[in-house]
Design a protein around this ligand. Structure first.
Ligand code: AMP
Ligand code: MG
Length: 484
């Protein structure tokens, strides 16, 4: 079956007013840099067809099939706390949707496909480094079991784009998502007071993500609770991996509960709740330790947008929505305790033990990922390697005594721990090295080696110790950039 015949477009058909029809830019020499063949096959797409000129035309936005109804999505959003009533895809298009062999619907979306009417001052472009960063980190997240958009392909465009450090290869990322509906999509209509359209959007979102709610009397409220649960469980998973999204604006907070928009994201090396990598996050709003509070804040913005659909009395609607948000906070705490209990190999959640562990880490320079790799040895009685991770451990003996008491079968606990604690994450210094080689030396070798590791994050491989180690002590702190 041809690629073009596989494209559906429910968003274009059902959500008038939430997009502008828009084509991708034509490129001097579009070329496929990476294709995610297993993902293509899972979607029921033929990798061979995607590698053909027609496929590369689609994946780069250079030449979309005539049957497609590509569009740039409109949305609003709170960015660093300030509201913008109109954002939208400034450099991206939704090509259409693919229904996979199980009947699930997936957006095919291009990032870096040229300026759109929502581009404001932006050039509509993406460059290879950030495209590869999103490819790598989203694939790592998928392998780690975290809900995320997926990378289907990365194309280069054949031209160069001016960025902070000079001219860089132009590139386009083709990504796949359960949908690109965001909190900001609801805010778009809410800010305009367009309640009929808001209702249509809610129906569309429910049909796509929570079809069992379609007949519910209190569908808007239950939908809020579902989004809250998905986002709370998502952020709990981020916390368990030391993942810092970096730009948790409401336009980057999905309805599906998938991680989206890997701009300035990074994994924390040594534990510090104040860790921030993004150059523009001067106040630390999106620091590691703030993520749980921010996700609830974003949920409150969704609640505000949905108020008129929750109840005709605003007062009653606010009361009901507030209850959902406070329940979501409880769901988050529980999910967080479960994530860390699994990381410790415990059979039942133990919040005290987990909080005690976080207290141990404070100002100790402990490498977050290594801690969980070395911990099983301490469980078996050898604490020296664990102790060596700390600058000056205090309280470690007491905590280890409590921990050993909580574990009845160390061997079984270790097996559980090895299944959830990664050996390999996309460590910042390795990511920087790989992106630099790809962007400035035309060498994809380091990128491909790192991608291979993070796609099997739990399996220790002999000879690959370099990928499991923190950055050498003299490595400068990585700074990440938004929307580059
Ligand atoms: P992000 O932080 O990547 O979620 O982007 C925030 C907003 O800025 C979105 O509306 C993007 O489409 C837009 N944007 C980011 N970079 C560019 C660019 N180079 N050209 C046009 N729009 C952009
Ligand atoms: Mg975004």
């Amino acid at each position: 079956m041809s690629l073009s015949s596989r494209l559906d477009n429910s968003y274009a058909q059902e959500l008038a007013g939430l997009y502008v029809p828009w084509q991708g830019q034509e490129w001097p020499a579009p070329s496929l840099a990476l294709l995610n063949e297993p993902l293509a096959r899972a979607l029921g797409l033929d990798p061979g067809a995607l590698r053909s000129p027609e496929g590369v035309g689609l994946l780069s936005g250079h030449a979309l099939p005539d049957t497609a109804r590509p569009l740039a999505q409109a949305y609003a959003g709170h960015q660093f706390g300030g509201f913008s009533p109109q954002l939208g895809d400034g450099r991206a298009i939704l090509v259409g949707e693919v229904i996979d062999p199980d009947g699930a619907r997936w957006d095919i979306h291009l990032k870096g496909s040229g300026r759109t009417p929502f581009a404001r001052g932006g050039d509509g472009r993406a460059v290879l480094g950030p495209v590869l960063r999103e490819y790598l980190v989203s694939e790592a997240m998928a392998a780690l079991g975290v809900p995320t958009t997926r990378a289907l392909a990365a194309c280069t465009t054949g031209d160069r784009v001016l960025r902070q450090f000079g001219l860089e290869p132009g590139a386009v990322l083709a990504r796949v998502a359960a949908s690109h509906l965001r909190v900001g999509t609801f805010q778009f209509f809410a800010a305009r007071g367009e309640q009929d359209k808001l209702r249509l959007l809610l129906d569309y979102a429910i049909a796509r993500h929570d079809p069992d709610l379609s007949e519910a009397q209190d569908a808007a409220l239950q939908f809020l609770a579902r989004v809250g649960r998905r986002q709370a469980e998502l952020v709990a998973q981020w916390m368990g991996l030391g993942f810092i999204h970096g730009v948790m604006n409401t336009d980057n907070t999905t309805i599906s509960g998938e991680t989206i928009d890997y701009g300035p994201c990074a994994f924390m090396d040594s534990y510090d709740p104040a860790t921030v990598f993004s150059s523009i996050d001067q106040m630390g709003r999106y620091a590691y330790g703030n993520q749980p509070a921010i996700v609830l804040w974003n949920l409150a913005r969704l609640a505000e947008a949905l108020l008129p659909l929750i109840d005709t009395s605003e007062e009653r609607a606010i009361g009901q929505a507030s209850e959902v948000i406070s329940e979501t906070q409880t769901i988050y705490r529980r999910a967080w305790a479960e994530v860390f209990s699994r990381k410790l190999g415990l059979e039942a959640a133990d919040a005290d033990l987990i909080e005690g562990m976080h207290a141990l880490w404070e100002r100790q320079g402990v490498d977050f990922t290594r801690f969980f790799q070395i911990l099983p040895e301490a469980l078996h009685g050898n604490d020296a390697p664990l102790r060596a991770l700390f600058d000056a451990p205090s309280g470690l003996d007491d905590w280890l005594a409590r921990y050993r008491k909580a574990v009845s079968d160390p061997a079984a606990a270790e097996a559980r721990m090895r299944a959830v604690n990664p050996v390999y994450i996309p460590r910042n210094h390795l990511v920087e090295e790989a992106l630099h080689a790809a962007s400035f030396k035309d060498d994809m070798g380091p990128f491909n080696a790192l991608l291979e590791r993070v796609q099997k994050p739990f399996a220790h491989v002999d000879g690959m110790e370099r990928f499991a180690q923190p950055a050498p002590a003299d490595t400068p702190q990585v700074v990440t950039y938004c929307g580059t």
